[in-house]
Design a protein around this ligand. Structure first.
Ligand code: HEM
Length: 310
């Protein structure tokens, strides 16, 4: 991936700002700090094979590792909080390489560019007295960036279970077929258990780690499955803005089925790993979305700091 010193400088500024927003928690990811990893397999349906040469979307089942997380940068944020949740999937390809798909429980991102994200994290910095964000600053940010109003106002569901939430990879990616034809797509994990969520009152009766505990209990009885749904762009659909979505009626296909079978044997090695949404494989390319390209730099900066126990 091309890298520039501008991106790296901005990544340092963004990660500094994320630390001011969520507090500094040495050794933890600067976002999605608390999570747990699970073993899985992914079986392609074959429907994507005519659209991309990506190895895991052809015919053979591949092993995968999934990390579910609470998206907050503070590892002590309880699962009962109305925040987004993460689902990071690493597909272990038969040639020994990996490719990642990183997703959240909302379809839109809260910024169209890395610079906007920096401004938003600064607006969300807690007031030193109340320890809460100053809503006037958030409103001022939205007032200055009205195209982000819908994305910032999204209410993430409080899921009954990680197994009953949909997860969007948000950005457009480009699929390339065997003839070199390029097609923009968007990914969504759709839970086979259906989407179910808690009210705030119901959530208040759950424990701080109920989502991870529930998933462990559920897996003692049966695997948990998700369909990988792919939305196909039409010619004029923009690919550069992760705060926008394509119309719901765009054609979709099911590219495959993920089956989560058990907790990962050892969580520790996974805590030192970094998922990376730009870790694509042959047959998949990054779109022109500047946030997608920038994430590689921000994640590397976060990984560097936590690997030094900072
Ligand atoms: C400017 C945009 C963004 C920035 C700066 C950012 C920043 C970060 C950082 C610093 C981490 C921790 C990385 C690590 O230490 O390994 C992280 C993790 C994560 N981010 Fe983002 N993020 C951005 C956009 C997004 C978007 C658009 C999504 C969803 C599509 C997303 C989903 C996640 C998830 C699920 C994780 C946890 C990954 C894991 O389990 O290791 N982020 N993000």
């Amino acid at each position: 991936m091309p890298s520039s010193s501008t991106d790296q400088t901005l990544a340092v500024q963004v990660v500094d700002s994320m630390e001011r927003m969520s507090g500094k928690h040495p050794g933890y990811r600067r976002s999605s700090a608390r999570g747990a990893c699970f073993r899985a397999t992914f079986t392609p349906s074959g429907a994507a094979a005519v659209l991309t040469t990506a190895a895991h979307l052809q015919a053979r089942t591949v092993a995968a590792t999934v990390r579910f997380s609470n998206s907050e940068g503070n590892p002590h944020t309880p699962d009962t909080a109305p925040v987004t949740r993460g689902m990071a999937t690493r597909f272990h390809l038969h040639d020994g390489s990996d490719t990642d798909l990183v997703a959240l429980t909302v379809p839109r991102f809260v910024a169209s560019t890395p610079g906007e994200f920096l401004l938003l994290t600064e607006a969300l910095r807690p007031d030193p007295v109340t320890h809460q964000p100053d809503l006037a600053r958030v409103h001022a940010f939205v007032g200055a960036h009205p195209h982000l109003a819908e994305a910032v106002a999204q209410q993430p569901p409080i899921p009954v279970s990680y197994a009953s939430a949909a997860f969007w990879a948000i950005h457009a990616f480009i699929w390339v077929d065997v003839a070199g034809v390029r097609r923009p797509v968007r990914y969504r994990w759709e839970p086979e258990a259906g989407r179910t969520e808690l009210t705030a009152a119901e959530a208040a009766t759950r424990t701080a780690h109920y989502l991870t505990d529930e998933l462990h209990q559920r897996l003692e009885h049966a695997p948990v499955a998700f369909k990988l749904r792919i939305q196909l762009a039409e010619p004029d659909d923009a690919t550069h803005d992760p705060s926008t979505v394509w119309p719901d009626h765009r054609k979709e296909i099911t590219a495959g089925r993920l089956e989560i079978t058990a907790p990962a044997d050892d969580q520790d090695p996974w805590n030192t790993q970094a998922f990376n949404p730009t870790r694509v494989t042959s047959g998949i390319q990054l779109s022109d979305d500047p946030v997608l390209a920038f994430r590689a730099h921000a994640y590397a900066e976060s990984h560097l700091r936590r690997s030094r126990n900072q």
